[in-house]
Write a protein that binds this ligand. Structure first.
Ligand code: NAP
Ligand code: HSE
Length: 437
C-alpha cells in the first residue's frame, strides 16, 4: 500500500493537534484512510520554539513553500492562518499537483474564488471543513447530507471566542479583558483576537456558508457586521431579565428571492436551542425545504475539535471523497446566485438601552422620535435611580432606559437613530441590538 504523504504547514494550536493524532494513532488513521498516513514534512516559523508534540527534528523546516512543493508530499495541510504566505502555500501545492486541506477562513473568504478555480483547473481539491464552526461537520452536511435540499435559512453561532467571552462575563462574572486572555490561553482566539471580537471571523465564516448553501459569493462588506467588543455587561443582564440570551449571531435567510444577511450581537429567546449554546461551543441552525429545521452543535474552536475536522478532510482526500465533494459543492453559479437584500430592508425587532437623564419629558422625547418613524414599542423599562437630595445641584441622575420594539425596517431604525443621537437627554454610548424570536 502506498502511504499518503502529508506536508504539515503550521504546528501551532491546530497543527499540533493534527500531528498528535497522526503520530500517536497511526493504526486508526491507516484503518480509516485505507492506507498509512505519514507525516513527511513540517513547516514552522520558529525552529527553536518548544513544541508539545514530539517529532523527529529532521522533519522540521522554516520554509513553507519548500514543503508545499516537495516531491515527497501528496497532500498539504495549510494551518498557518492569515493571507501570506498561506495563499502562496496553497497555490504552490496546487500547481505541484497536490490536494490542500485548510482551516483558513480568512484566506478563503478573501481569495477563495481564485483558489477554488485554480484547484479545478489543475484537477485538485481544497477541503476546508475546519474553516467553519471548528469540529462541527457543516461542510460535509451541506455538501453531502443536505444535497437534495434548498437551504432556506441559516442562523449560527460561529465564533467560539466570542461565545466563550459572553458566557464567562454573564455566568462567572469575569471581566471582558480577562475572558479575552483566557480564550487566547485556551487556543480559541485567532492570532489577532480583534478578528474574533469585532465580528470579522464570524462574518468570514458566514460568507463561506452562504457560498455553500446558496451558491452566492458574498464579502463581509455586503451586510451589517458588528462584534461583541462594544457590548456592556449591563446589556447581557437586561436581556437576561427580559428572557433573552445575547449571542453573536450570523444569519443568512432566503426571503422573497433575496438573502437577508447580518452578523451581530443578537437577543435570542431563552427557550431556543441557539440561546443555550455556551462557552466555545458553536451551533448552526439550518432549515432545508425537504428536511425542515436542523441544529448542529459542537466545539467551534480549540485544538482537538479543529484537528478532528482537518483529519476528516485528510481521510476524505486519502479515499478520494474530498475530490468528489469539492466538485459537487455549489460554490458559485451566476445563474442561480441569490442577491443580498439591502440592509435598510431587513425587518425584525430591536432592543435599545439609552443612558438618559432622569427628568420630565425624556421618555416622551425618545418614544416620540421612534413613533415618528412608525417604530412601534413592545415594552419600556426604566430602573429607578436612588432618590436624590432636593438640594443636590449636580443635575439629573443618569438612568438606563430599555426599550423593546415590534418589528421594524432597519432603514427606519437608522433614521430614528440619527435623530436620537441629537437628543441632549440621551448620553453616549447607547446600544441597539436586533432580536431573533
Ligand atoms: P497558531 O497557533 O498561531 O499557529 C500557527 C502556526 O503557523 C505556528 O506553528 C507558526 O509557527 C506557523 N507559521 C506562521 N507563519 C509561518 C510562516 N511564515 N512559515 C512557517 N510557519 C508559519 O494558529 P492556529 O490557532 O493553529 O490556527 C491555524 C489556522 O486554523 C488559522 O487559519 C485559524 O484561523 C484556523 N482555525 C483555528 C482554530 C482554533 O481554535 N485555534 C479553529 C478553527 C480554525 P511557530 O509555531 O514557529 O510560530
Ligand atoms: N478563533 C476562532 C473562534 C477559531 O474563536 O471561533 C475557530 O475558527
Amino acid at each position: 500500500m502506498q502511504p499518503l504523504r502529508v506536508g504539515l504547514i503550521g504546528l501551532g494550536t491546530v497543527g499540533s493537534g493534527v500531528a498528535k493524532v497522526l503520530t500517536e494513532s497511526p493504526q486508526r488513521m491507516t484503518h480509516r484512510a485505507g492506507r498509512p498516513v505519514e507525516l513527511t514534512r513540517v513547516a514552522v516559523r520558529d525552529l527553536k520554539k518548544r513544541r508539545d508534540v514530539k517529532l523527529p527534528s529532521d522533519l522540521l523546516t522554516d520554509d513553507p513553500l519548500a514543503v508545499a512543493g516537495a516531491s515527497d508530499v501528496d497532500v498539504v495541510l495549510e494551518l498557518i492562518g492569515g493571507q501570506s504566505p498561506a495563499k502562496e502555500v496553497v497555490l504552490t501545492a496546487l500547481e505541484a499537483g497536490k490536494d490542500v486541506v485548510t482551516a483558513n477562513k480568512a484566506l478563503l473568504c478573501a481569495e477563495g474564488a481564485g483558489l477554488f478555480s485554480k484547484a479545478r483547473e489543475v484537477g485538485r481539491c481544497i477541503a476546508f471543513e475546519a474553516a467553519i464552526a471548528g469540529g462541527i461537520p457543516i461542510v460535509h452536511v451541506l455538501g453531502q447530507a443536505m444535497a437534495g435540499n434548498q437551504v432556506t435559512a441559516i442562523e449560527a453561532i460561529l465564533n467560539g471566542t466570542s461565545n466563550f467571552i459572553l458566557t464567562e462575563m454573564l455566568q462567572r462574572g469575569e471581566s471582558y479583558d480577562s475572558a479575552v486572555r483566557e480564550a487566547q490561553e485556551l487556543g480559541y482566539a485567532e492570532a489577532d483576537p480583534a478578528m474574533d471580537v469585532d465580528g470579522t471571523d464570524a462574518a468570514q465564516k458566514l460568507c463561506l456558508l452562504t457560498q455553500l448553501a446558496f451558491g452566492t459569493r458574498v464579502t463581509p462588506e455586503a451586510f451589517p457586521q458588528q462584534g461583541i467588543d462594544t457590548l456592556d455587561l449591563a446589556d447581557l443582564q437586561y436581556a437576561n431579565e427580559l428572557g433573552y440570551a445575547v449571542k453573536l449571531l450570523a444569519t443568512a435567510k432566503l426571503i422573497d428571492g433575496k438573502l437577508e444577511m447580518h452578523t451581530q450581537p443578537t437577543l435570542i429567546r431563552h427557550n431556543r436551542p441557539l440561546a443555550q449554546v455556551d462557552g466555545a461551543y458553536n451551533m448552526v441552525a439550518l432549515t432545508g425545504d425537504a428536511v425542515g429545521p436542523m441544529w448542529l452543535s459542537g466545539q467551534g474552536a480549540g485544538q482537538m475539535p479543529t484537528a478532528s475536522a482537518v483529519l476528516s478532510d485528510l481521510i476524505d482526500v486519502a479515499i478520494g471523497r474530498a475530490q468528489s465533494t469539492f466538485n459537487r459543492l455549489d460554490l458559485w453559479d451566476e445563474r442561480t446566485a441569490v442577491p443580498v437584500q439591502p440592509a435598510e430592508d431587513i425587518y425584525r425587532r430591536y432592543y435599545f438601552r439609552f443612558p438618559v437623564e432622569d427628568r420630565p419629558h425624556v421618555i416622551a422625547d425618545i418614544t416620540g422620535i421612534l413613533g415618528n418613524h412608525s417604530i412601534s414599542l413592545a415594552s419600556v423599562i426604566q430602573h429607578e435611580a436612588p432618590e436624590v437630595d432636593d438640594t443636590d445641584t449636580s443635575g439629573a441622575p443618569i438612568v438606563p432606559l430599555v426599550i423593546m420594539t415590534h418589528r421594524s425596517h432597519e432603514g427606519k431604525i437608522r433614521a430614528a437613530s440619527d435623530e436620537l443621537n441629537k437628543l441632549a437627554c440621551v448620553r453616549q454610548p447607547w446600544v441597539c441590538m436586533p432580536v431573533s424570536d
